[in-house]
Design a protein around this ligand. Structure first.
Ligand code: ADP
Ligand code: NI
Length: 219
């Protein structure tokens, strides 16, 4: 199979698998990460086959929905790639990327694996958590978990590790902005990713200041 056919097949497979997922990890999240990864990957001169495959497969089995199992994603992705006969070197690379993508990995200073392609796809995934789309996803996720939009009595937490973040990430949705979304711009990897993140970050700051004005009935 040509690389183009592999990507087309993978796209169709993921689209079918993730359609109707209600927690912000649906097909359209994958689609956006894929588009953004292509844009960043081209500017950063990455291996585009690995970038595109990783973007398409990165949320194939999220740890949150597999009892905290971090290895589920790479396993399922490997099964698929072997089935359609992706070359072994790319399979290994894509699996390393998927295993090391998640936000909570950024707390742990000595990330075990890194590559230009990981940096690209990780940036694309993070960009989808901020800006206009990020705001929509955060409130959609909060609704899914039946959380409050906001509660002035509950202040945001400062997490020191990925473990701590995972366990305590339960508050109202506005806290999520302070605990994660507003930290993302300083954790971007690539030049292109940083540029895109700055604009999306500014938009979230404007959004939050309006939110608090309206909360107090000031405007
Ligand atoms: P990652 O896989 O990078 O760790 P998540 O799966 O935690 O990211 O997040 C997926 C989406 O759900 C993101 O848009 C994120 O902002 C949102 N999300 C995660 N936790 C919360 C939360 N506590 N409140 C609101 N949105 C959340
Ligand atoms: Ni994702």
């Amino acid at each position: 199979m040509s690389k183009k056919e592999i990507l087309n097949k993978t796209k169709a497979y993921i689209r079918k698998k993730m359609e109707g997922e209600g927690t912000g990890h649906d097909w359209w999240h994958i689609y956006r990460v894929w588009q953004t990864a292509k844009k960043i990957g081209r500017e950063e001169r990455a291996n585009m086959f690995v970038v595109e495959l990783s973007a398409l497969l990165h949320d194939i089995a999220d740890h949150k929905f597999h009892g905290g199992d971090d290895t589920a994603g790479p396993k399922v992705a490997r099964g698929w790639m072997e089935k359609i006969e992706v070359d072994p070197k790319s399979v290994d690379h894509v699996c390393d990327i998927i295993a090391n993508m998640s936000f909570n990995k950024t707390f742990d200073k000595h990330q075990i694996f890194s590559s230009a392609e990981l940096r690209v796809v990780q940036d694309a995934d993070r960009l989808d958590a901020i800006g206009a789309i990020g705001i929509a996803r955060a409130f959609a996720y909060g609704g899914h978990k039946q959380r409050k939009l906001y509660d002035p009595a509950e202040k945001p937490m400062k997490y020191k590790s990925g473990e701590e973040y995972r366990k305590n990430n339960v508050g109202h949705t506005v806290n999520h902005f302070y605990e994660k979304l507003l930290l993302i711009k300083d954790r971007m990897n690539t030049k292109t990713g940083k540029r895109l993140a700055r604009a999306r970050h500014k938009f979230m700051e404007r959004y939050l200041s309006k939110f608090f004005e309206e909360w107090k009935g000031e405007r």
